[in-house]
Write a protein that binds this ligand. Sequence first.
Ligand code: A3P
Length: 286
Amino acid sequence: MLPTTYKDDADRFNTMKVRPDDVWVIAVPRSGSTWTQELVWLLKNDLDYDKASKSILEDRYIFIGLRQLTNTELRAILTERRPSVMEAFENAPSPRFIKSHFPLSLMPENLVDIAKVVYVARDPRDVAVSSYHFMKLMKNDIGNFKLFWNLFIQDLLLYTPFFAHLKEAWALRHHPNMLFIFYEELSKDLPSCVKRMATFLGKEVTDEQVVKLCEHLNIDNFRKNESVNQTWLTGRVGDPDAESFIRKGKSGGWREHFDEEMTEQAQQWMRENLSDCDLRFPDVDY
Ligand code: A3P
């Protein structure tokens, strides 16, 4: 599900010139992409916290799909900051950091054979809850959560169908250029994920560096960190009464929003969609 503006750019997306030292972060929105972007960027930039703090993530990453955002205000502000994504993509010095919410099938065909790709996945129930709150933050009139959830599982929301998005990346999880990581893994054991990510990116980190990085990435610090918390953007367009962009950061928080009927419906929907593959979301202690 994409807006028609996708058609105008589709060919360009397919033929974008990928560089071997690119790092791409790909995820369905609200799956932990911002968190992962900061982690990836810091590891690749030898933990230069000073440089990171001086530049917002939007300036450090090129956002493929910006023109396809459906929230006009959000798109306008991001476009004001970066008028041409394609120009930025072509001219950015190496190594480039690129983020997208498009599934891999809409990316250049050979992407994973050339560049490193980090794919972040998250339990769809938490993704739906998180997306719902983000919609509210962006003042989209979307009705109640039950309605939103039903649109989500009927593949009527932006970037759906959800499982097709994940499965395309899951199929490539053993590719040496692909790191498939779950939000639930980041939540449960961030230090191990940092080490895994460092190895993937060809970087060495000491135990002390891992501790410091995890502290930096801790949601309480992240929420206060203006280079990642998007206040520069939400301060202009966001509903001040809604929950912030960096919200609860909890795995399994969906339980507070699902009634019995939705819980059952979700289980069945997940069972059906996972019956043809071995993708499973990590267990979470609620
Ligand atoms: P919640 O709304 O469930 O809290 P994305 O960056 O892909 O849009 O994902 C946003 C989700 O990641 C939000 O989930 C947000 O709170 C969570 N998140 C962002 N930074 C985080 C962090 N440092 N630790 C844990 N969760 C984080």
